[in-house]
Design a protein around this ligand. Structure first.
Ligand code: MG
Length: 159
């Protein structure tokens, strides 16, 4: 059994007039994340962790933010395609452990829905996906509510 680990990190800016999409679901909030796609920072961090674990470059390499194909793209599709990319090298998911950094809104009430959504997209058990949330104690850009960041660690494996 070959086991590999990967990490991912992503940030998107919070602005007015955008939906807040995180972990594949829409979270009610006065601000949303700005980006070329739907700007789902959690999914982007998970994709980068998966690609890193398989040593397959990064999300920007496979899904450039200069392409019309990825404009307003649902990040669930990016995640689905990323799973297909690692499967093409024979890897399957072991587990994901992720952390979202946001001052507001409260993320924890939405974690069960995010896990259910991501498990469906990644074709795995909810138990394979851990999502945690923290504020940054009002410090830095997340603390000032200028943006939201996400970190992900994944383990992948093949026989
Ligand atoms: Mg991103």
């Amino acid at each position: 059994m070959k086991i590999r680990v990967g990490m991912g990190f992503d940030v998107h800016r919070l602005v007015e007039g955008r939906k807040l999409v995180l972990g594949g679901i829409v979270i009610p909030h006065s601000l949303g994340l700005l980006g070329h796609s739907d700007a789902d920072a959690l999914i982007h961090a998970i994709c980068d962790a998966l690609l890193g674990a398989a040593n397959m470059r990064d999300i920007g390499y496979h899904f450039p933010d200069t392409s019309d194909d990825t404009l307003d793209m649902d990040s669930k599709l990016i995640l689905k395609q990323t799973m297909a990319l690692i499967a093409s090298k024979g890897y399957q998911l072991g587990n994901v452990d992720a952390t979202i950094c946001a001052e507001r809104p409260k993320i924890n009430p939405h974690v069960p829905a995010m896990k259910a959504c991501l498990a469906q997209v990644m074709n795995c058990e909810e138990d394979q996906i851990s999502i945690k949330a923290t504020t940054t104690e009002k410090l830095g850009f997340t603390g000032r509510e200028e943006g939201i960041s996400a970190y992900a660690t994944v383990l992948i494996m093949k026989d």
